[in-house]
Design a binder for this molecule. Structure first.
Ligand code: XIL
Length: 317
């Protein structure tokens, strides 16, 4: 059995992967992307972000997102929808607009309502808010925080819930995969949203890790338990484990062990409902263009051949 089949057999909802529109002309890539033995869930890497969906105010574009939503439906795969409120990949009209509290709340609600309504019934989950925290657990200085204050979070969750009551609503961030100030900040956000009476169903742990410095299984398990104790689900949402290039066989073996310990942490928590890798092949990974000199972060190499990491993941499932 493959990754998704094995995860489901152990009670998880899915094992999935991110994908992106530019990759979908690669027929060998698309064939494996649709292999539901390995992948029971897709996340669009860019197509549902604000710059893609509302490039100018109140003009919406769903073409790229629809391609991925339709592909997931055709394949019988769940869809994680990503993401509604984020400081990055934000059109200039949002990031540099001259806002008041009232006008930015109205623009944010309009964005959320239109995008969530368009995909209503199609998203297993929405990443409602993404990366709003600094490393020390304080709020990032985004236009949303500066103009609205922390209330932008419960407002965003309440607006998403009204537009699609059946979608699971997540807070999603990186460097919250082991205990510390930033993970505590994410726990504070869960409580904040609930205190306002808004719905939050889960926390997404991006898990963009580095070979050899991936948090240990026990530290990840302790961390997951701290979230699920608040009454929310958790999911690994963007897992990849990068290394310095050129890779060595020792690094590839360590990468396999690091994937295995991360997947094992999720398997050990009944409210860790699924795992998503941030694309499955090094051919299309975001890592080399973002982290200079690093790469080879995925479980399949750039020739679409399985690396030791694949067996590491499977061993934990
Ligand atoms: C990345 C995409 O993979 C890239 O193609 C894009 O250029 C930048 O964004 N955290 C997130 C994702 O939540 O949306 C990011 O995706 C990776 C980091």
């Amino acid at each position: 059995a493959g990754l998704h089949s094995s995860a489901v057999a152990k009670g998880k909802l899915y094992f999935g992967t991110a994908t992106d529109n530019g990759e979908l002309s690669d027929t060998a890539y698309v064939a494996q992307l649709g292999n539901t033995d390995d992948f029971g869930q897709l996340t669009p890497g860019n197509a549902m972000k604000w710059d893609a969906t509302e490039p100018s105010q109140n003009t919406f574009s769903f073409n790229n997102g629809d391609v991925i939503a339709n592909l997931a439906a055709k394949n019988g795969q769940k869809l994680r929808c990503h993401t509604l409120v984020w400081h990055s990949q934000l059109p200039n009209w949002v990031s540099s607009g001259s806002w008041t509290n009232a006008t930015l709340i109205a623009a944010m609600k309009n964005h959320i309502t239109n995008v969530v309504t368009h995909y209503k019934g199609k998203c297993y989950a929405w990443d409602v808010a993404n990366e709003v925290l600094n490393e020390d657990g304080t709020y990032r200085d985004s236009v949303f925080y500066k103009v609205i204050g922390e209330a932008f979070l419960p407002i965003a969750f309440a607006t998403a819930a009204a537009a699609d009551p059946s979608a699971k609503l997540y807070y999603n961030d990186y460097n919250i995969e082991s205990p510390g100030a930033k993970a505590s900040g994410a726990q504070r956000i869960v409580k904040l949203v609930k205190q306002y009476g808004a719905k939050i169903d889960g926390v997404g742990l991006q898990a963009h890790f580095i070979v050899g410095s991936t948090p240990s299984q026990s530290s990840q398990s302790t961390n997951l338990a701290a979230f699920t104790a608040l009454g929310v689900d958790v999911a690994y949402t963007e897992l990849d484990i990068r290394m310095n290039l050129p890779s060595t066989s020792a690094q590839l073996a360590q990468q396999s062990a690091d994937y295995q310990s991360t997947i094992a942490a999720c398997m050990g928590n009944t409210r860790c409902i699924g795992m998503t890798i941030w694309d499955w092949t090094d051919k299309y990974s975001w890592v080399p263009s973002t982290f200079s000199g690093q790469g080879d972060a995925c479980p399949w190499d750039s020739n679409l051949v399985k690396k030791p990491a694949y067996a590491g993941i499977l061993a934990a499932l």
